[in-house]
Unconditional design. Structure first.
Length: 289
């Protein structure tokens, strides 16, 4: 069977094959020679063999008849006995093999395997289909579709917990990041306020901008006389996902420090500001004009 050689079972006694033999030839129709005259059965066997080997093509060529049953197709691939050259079978039954419906169902469910019931259905249908195809003796096909459905189903089962965890973890991580940014922004806002008050105490006036509170740039005359009260990043007005602005009132008697998220909703939700009173005010939407 593994070499593709045709097997024509010719039974002269009413005995059953062993389970292992039945596994290989159970799907092939037998020639039964159980009723006399025996010569009639031998002639039928000879005609069948000649038809298979291509010596002649009788009226029912390519068909094997069972005693008491209608003619049925020979299900095997034939091979020339002497030269071992494979010949085209008159009728090998492959063309009549039907695609198992469960293999199609397994593949379809596998494509929808991100949904848990579909993944489970793909696995169950895939196993049932492969079992039925193995037992059919070549009458059913679709093993590749069943295997693909199985793989997609198992992949969906594995991916589903990961997707659930990601759906839970990612929003939590974003909320944690936003909360950390807002806490850092409030702390930076107070740092700037302390620096402004310290600058006013030392210089008798309020600073003109944030750069006046930061360190002097190395090797540059820009920001000359900087107070070095805040770090360079904060002096540039951006830190921890927030943008900081400092505004001096026209009469130079008061000031306003604002903190706004760089990407609203992602790097922060709160808009904060302080003035000379030293109180942090916050909004979840930017204040109106």
């Amino acid at each position: 069977m593994s070499k593709g050689v045709i097997i024509v079972p010719f039974r002269i006694e009413d005995v059953l094959p062993t389970k292992s033999l039945e596994y290989f030839i159970g799907a092939v129709h037998w020639l039964d020679a159980l009723t006399p005259p025996f010569e009639h059965h031998l002639k039928l066997l000879a005609a069948t063999i000649q038809s298979i080997l291509g010596y002649e093509r009788p009226r029912d060529a390519g068909l094997v008849a069972r005693e008491g049953h209608e003619s049925v197709p020979v299900m095997a691939a034939k091979q020339d006995v002497e030269s071992h050259e494979t010949l085209t079978p008159a009728h090998d039954g492959v063309g009549n093999a039907k695609t198992d419906g469960k293999s199609i169902g397994s593949l379809i469910c596998g494509l929808l395997s991100l949904f848990f019931p579909a993944a489970l259905a793909a696995i169950i249908l895939g196993h049932l289909s492969r079992r039925d195809i193995r037992k059919s003796g070549g009458k059913l096909k679709g093993e590749k579709m069943a295997l693909a459905g199985l793989m997609l189903g198992y992949a969906g089962i594995i991916a589903l917990p990961i997707l659930i965890l990601a759906a839970i973890a990612i929003p939590n991580l974003m909320r944690s990041r936003i909360a950390a940014n807002e806490s850092s922004a409030e702390l930076s806002l107070r740092t700037i306020y302390t620096a402004v008050i310290g600058y006013e105490t030392s210089n008798g006036k309020l600073p003109a901008d944030l750069r006046s509170l930061g360190p002097q740039a190395p090797g540059s005359s820009q920001n000359e006389g900087a107070a070095n009260l805040i770090d360079a990043e904060l002096a540039q007005g951006m830190k921890s996902g927030y943008k900081f602005t400092y505004q001096l009132n026209p009469d130079s008697s008061n000031f306003k420090i604002e903190a706004a998220p760089l990407v609203p909703g992602k790097t922060g939700l709160r808009y904060m500001w302080m003035d000379k009173s030293g109180e942090v005010q916050s909004f979840y939407n930017p204040p109106g004009p």
